[in-house]
Design a protein around this ligand. Sequence first.
Ligand code: BGC
Length: 793
Amino acid sequence: MSEIDDLLAKLDLEAKVRLVSGSGVFRFAGDASIGLDEMPVSDGPSGVRGELWDERDPSVSLPSGTALAATWDRELLAEIGALIAAEARRKNVYAVLGPTINLHRSPLGGRHFECFSEDPVLTGEIAAAYVSAVQAHGVSACPKHYVANDSETERFTTDVIADDRTLRELYLYPFERSVRAGAWMIMDAYNSVNGTTMTENALLDEPLKGEWNFDGVVVSDWTAVRSTDGAAKGTDIAMPGPWELWGAPLVEAVRKGEVPEAAIDEKVRRILRFAIRVGALNGTPLQPPVFTDESAQALVRAAAAKAMVLAANDGTLPLDKPARVALLGAAAAEPRFMGGGSATVIPGHTTSPLDGLSAVLPVEYTPGVHLNDHMIPVPLDLVTDPETGTPGLSLRYLDGDKILDTEHRTAGGLMLFGNPNAMAAKSFELRGKLRVDSAGEWRIGFAGVGALRLEIDGETVLTDTVMPDGTDPVEMLLNPPQRFVTRELAEGDELEVLVELAPVPAAGLPALGLTFAVGRPRRAADAEFAAAVELARTCEVAVVVVGTTEQIESEGFDRKDLRLPGRQDELVAAVAAVNPRTIVVVNSGAPVEMPWRDDVAAVLLSWFPGQEFGSALADVLTGAAEPGGRLPTTWPKVMADVPVLDTAPDATDHSLRYDEGIHIGYRAWLKSGVAPAYPFGHGLGYTNWELSDLSVSGRTATVTVRNTGARRGRQVVQAYLSREDSAVDRPVRWLSAFAAVEADAGETVTATVELPRRSFEHWTAKGWAVEPGAFTLHVGTSVVDLPLTADIS
Ligand code: BGC
């Protein structure tokens, strides 16, 4: 008998069902009788939040999915993986719930920022590098969400209709690649595919557990398990735990013969195997490398610079010691370091573009636009905890008049769940002394769901019961409505503020959030706009940071259009009209329309670059680092051009038909013949390159790459295949492989690209097949810039 079967034999049915039902919001159950520890798990793909959502235990915030993929850099991913593992160990976490490897089917997809690419090969390569790197240090990765969870609209009920070939060649491929890279855990998705919800779908058996030999654990997406008897199917752990549809009802279902006990045993075997791998079963977890704050920051900063895609540049970048730089845009001071939703972490350190650029350039800043009317969680430099007299707030957990606990907190927005006091409390109070740093009309208020009350200087000034509005609960939790009062204040004025929340159980949220929010006085919109344009006119260079907001780009919903919110387009156009050296930095996780892109000196796509945004941006703008990114997704000119757009399922049967089949992303653009703003694979650096001498031997191609510019650089050599006169429906061309090279100015190096057999295969009713005859290999630096070709049989 194997060790696993031995242990299994010691567990009765109740004990086994406990293991498959989870034991906390972010915790797998353990069993002391067999030496199995409880196993905390954590989101997520771009940082490790830990079991709790608590600013007192901050996390390193890494570049988001699109940014990581834009590096096309497996070695970098290995370092990032080590950092993720180190963060996980520090937070006592056995598995990180990432990477997110669904595809960019439509640019409207709300979690685009979190996913890597529109291309399955690039997604698969980055995913494999991520998974192997994290797991090499004894922490499990968890590629998600299996499968076809490529958009957010009605994400719990959408039924994706896709044929086998489309699934195999596109959406399943990154999972296959991750499993072959050794993934220990896979998360199955909320949606259905071809009529069956993914937590019970036959795709969990074939190809996942059968053909691919996946011997790890399939964990449900949070709340995705929808039936007790579905436990007979492929999901191994239902989360969050203890998941009430499993637990006791599952024990009963097994007793009644509705779910075979063998199915539970098989899940437990997988869980035990997983526990051995992560060191939770009579073992000790591996010790990943130790990162100091400095070494973590240095890595994130380098990664963010490597991810930034220089889409256009007339030579203005890198900057040549300008005397005065106008920095504009609301996102320059309040950028998006990361995307919204479960990928959120709370960083202990951030640098905004304003911080980063001010450190190295003579910057003068004004926002130019008010991006939205959202207030921000009260900043620490404006608020003092009345209990401790130090920056921060006092949080009280109350049961009627009884104070269960008091905590000193150092964030204006809190998530209240996970600790026993939060479970027991009937209400919460957040108190702080607000000292304002500028004169004018301040907004003071709260955000949360439940019965809320705002008190200023002992007087109740606002009460409201805020209930969910029917949107996704995660969205409601992370982005609750705000309410406020206004006060005309002088600089230095002090107010005693108290925000109270009494949860309303009927709201049915999985957790609670409470924010003490403020809105600073601001210039009237037109005056602010005019001031920004005037500043730009008088400076040598203008840097405008534009971006999306959490209200339009986040988990839980899809975007409705690709426009930048507010007056940002108008601002860029007006600035470009007065300053020919206008550089636009786009802080979004996914494509946005840029109607001004041909009228500005440079366009730099920064994605959601993680906590070191500002320093990385300073490195790139000054030339201390090269912008290393290449587009992992096609960037359209206008939404109307996008060949695959719709993410709304049918109102009657909830179907979302993937009728475009294998033609998504650049494949669809090539098919439609419409030129995007910037093609897949595109990205400029600070030097120039010449590719020559393509030669092929077997499935290995070599290319001579010469750096013809004036400084050292890195180039990503991309290899695509095409097939003329094919009997099979195919993309015009498709990515087969890529390799990165680095070379000094004037240096010539060789790039070697291994073309995997799979990229010559297509899926048929009988399985994978290769069409006999010759394929054409195209090598170059984007999907449309392919100077070299060769025949390959
Ligand atoms: C998301 C997952 C996430 C989970 C736990 C879900 O809503 O879809 O990606 O890992 O929540 O936070």
